[in-house]
Design a protein around this ligand. Structure first.
Ligand code: PLP
Length: 346
């Protein structure tokens, strides 16, 4: 199990959590799904159950990011995401609970979305949670829009705190360093050994935190990210940059060559970010019917489609214990009502 850095080589940082996110999330065996796939050892870590604003992976990151914002005396959170952003919804809930105001710039994502995409799911919850949203024009540079809004607020004497897309910087990634430690602790307590963690990856902060955390703990668990958007080269560069920055925050020396720790599979995002894909729809249906677990069409359904493929095609070692990180996202199901056909027939 040991490789890379030695345990205890640093692993200290001075950042605090707010403690809003509900951790330690359960790890459950996916017995029936494993059997349906011919006997795979599948487990799920329920990070869809982190609590704040219906939960999801952004809660662990925001626990650090919003603590930093409060500590710096910020009064407004500023962030970005797609119209159906889980990240924006969770940020809105953190802002409400911390007594901060919150604004978000939303990108359209789909060219010709169903009505529900603009009015239901995450965007409805974000509005309800009191966050002001502004729709960016297609092709707008969101980072530039965010910086411009931040500068305008500062000019008015206000104190904005900018949270990048997906909460993915080294501070946010600390939430998944904690999750890596939590996984090792839970595995030890249950007498289990996980060989691989599988997740959907977008802005890469979740994967980076896990990779940095396992490295810092000297654990040889592989982390496979199924990317939800192009391009693989861009994701690998983001991931490596974030892993290095996170290890630096932890005071851990990064291995010179990280290649074997950076695993991104870009075969399952279909025609693009937020675009429905039949393999993801099948994976969502299967997880729901075999395990009672609700996935989503944008992230976890695509990651599960990748996992189903890998197991069916024997791409992993036959006796691996595989832990699927459920990163949340099911509120977006309500934005894609057509995926599952006419539900109630007259
Ligand atoms: C944001 C998100 C991800 C991806 O996390 P990143 O840290 O951006 O890579 C995965 N799943 C869900 C449901 C998300 O909302």
């Amino acid at each position: 199990m040991r490789s890379g850095l030695q345990r205890g080589n640093g692993m200290t940082h001075s950042f605090r959590r707010l403690g809003y996110a509900q951790v330690s999330t359960p790890i459950e065996r996916m017995e029936r799904l494993g059997r349906a796939l011919g006997g795979a050892n599948l487990y799920v870590k329920r990070d869809d159950c982190t609590g704040v604003g219906l939960g999801g992976n952004k809660c662990r990151k925001l626990d650090y990011l919003v603590a930093d914002a409060v500590q710096r005396g910020a009064e407004t959170l500023l962030t970005v995401g797609g119209i159906q952003s889980n990240h924006v919804r969770q940020t809105a809930a953190f802002a409400a609970r911390a007594g901060l105001s919150c604004e978000a710039v939303l990108e359209p994502v789909l060219a010709d979305p169903p009505e529900s995409y603009r009015s239901s799911g995450n965007v409805l919850l974000t509005e309800l949670l009191g966050t002001r949203v502004r729709l960016a024009a297609d092709g707008d540079d969101l980072d530039a829009a965010l910086e411009a809004r931040s500068a305008a607020l500062r000019q008015q004497g206000r104190k904005p705190y900018v949270i990048p897309m997906g909460g993915s910087n080294a501070i946010g990634a600390l939430g998944y360093v904690d999750c890596a430690k939590e996984i090792l602790k839970q595995a030890a307590a249950d007498g289990l050994r996980f060989d691989r963690v599988v997740l959907g990856t977008g802005s890469c902060g979740t994967q980076a935190g896990l990779v940095a955390g396992f490295l810092a703990e000297g654990a040889a668990i592989q982390v496979t990210g199924y990317s939800v958007s192009p391009t693989k080269a861009k994701k690998l560069a983001n991931l490596e940059g974030l892993v290095r920055a996170t290890l630096e925050l932890l005071g851990c020396e990064a291995p010179r060559d990280l290649t074997d720790r950076l695993q991104i599979d870009d075969g399952f995002f279909g025609s693009g970010y937020g675009q429905a894909d039949p393999r993801a729809t099948e994976a969502i249906r299967l997880a729901a019917r075999e395990e009672g677990i609700l996935l989503d069409p944008v992230y976890t359904g695509k990651a599960m489609a990748g996992l189903l493929h890998a197991v069916r095609e024997h791409l992993f070692e036959p006796d691996e214990n595989i832990l699927f990180l459920h990163t949340g996202g099911s509120p977006a199901l309500f934005a894609y009502p057509d995926l599952f056909g006419d539900l109630v027939r007259p």
